[in-house]
Design a protein around this ligand. Structure first.
Ligand code: AR6
Length: 193
């Protein structure tokens, strides 16, 4: 999905790679028997703009129907901020979709903790479903307003805690500026291959 110069590869552990790619996460798949893409939904899981809209357009209407099947934990809330839910990917190349809700930076009581929880709970759900390859976008870094540099540090350091549970963890970043921030942060925090 991306040419070689748009991929940066790091060691998360002896057995797990972190890849940072520039591109469209809706096109991502590594191994359709064990892969999943994560995206930032809203608590109602009713679709929205940004990466949410792109994923629903690519997955088709069955994804919306699957979201409506997720039980509400309280009126209007299927996935509270910081939690994650899993569904099939339907028409997406990736086999599964993990729906997480990142914090709204300006209104969350503890946005850093909530963002770390989004990553942790996405990885926990993935592990419980035998996912070996997982891709994240820059959760909360669009309309939810999280500062990119801080978000990259939280994303990379949180996935490091789960390194041995996956074969590869990818970040798929849409914009050049975010790709560079993520690569520079990974250079600070991880070993390049
Ligand atoms: N592939 C990869 N990254 C993408 C793509 C794509 N196809 N499209 C957008 N991005 P946002 P949030 C990037 O606003 O801030 C929705 O309406 C984008 O450039 O999608 O978590 C939900 O329903 C940005 O860096 O998500 C929620 O209400 C990143 O994805 C709310 O937005 C996240 O931007 C969630 O806000």
């Amino acid at each position: 999905m991306a040419s070689e110069d748009e991929v940066a590869v790091f060691n998360l552990s002896d057995s797990t790679l972190l890849k940072i790619l520039k591109g469209d996460i809706t096109k991502w798949s590594v191994d359709a028997s064990s892969d999943a893409i994560v995206y930032s939904a809203n608590e109602r899981m009713v679709g929205g703009g940004g990466v949410d809209g792109a994923i629903h357009r690519a997955a088709g209407p069955e994804l919306r129907a699957a979201c409506y099947q997720v039980p509400e934990v309280r009126p209007g809330v299927r996935c509270p901020t910081g939690e994650a839910r899993i569904t099939p990917g339907f028409n997406l190349p990736a086999s599964r979709v993990i729906h997480t809700v990142g914090p709204i930076y300006d209104s969350d009581v503890n946005p850093k903790e909530s963002l770390a929880n989004s990553y942790k709970n996405s990885l926990r759900v993935a592990k419980a479903n035998n996912i070996k390859y997982i891709a994240f976008p820059a959760i909360s870094c669009g309309s939810y307003g999280f500062p990119i540099d801080e978000a990259a540090a939280i994303g990379i350091s949180t996935i490091k805690e789960f390194a041995n549970d996956f074969k590869e963890v990818h970040f798929v970043l849409f914009a050049d500026a975010k790709y560079s921030v993520w690569v520079n942060k990974a250079k600070e925090l991880l070993q390049k291959t």
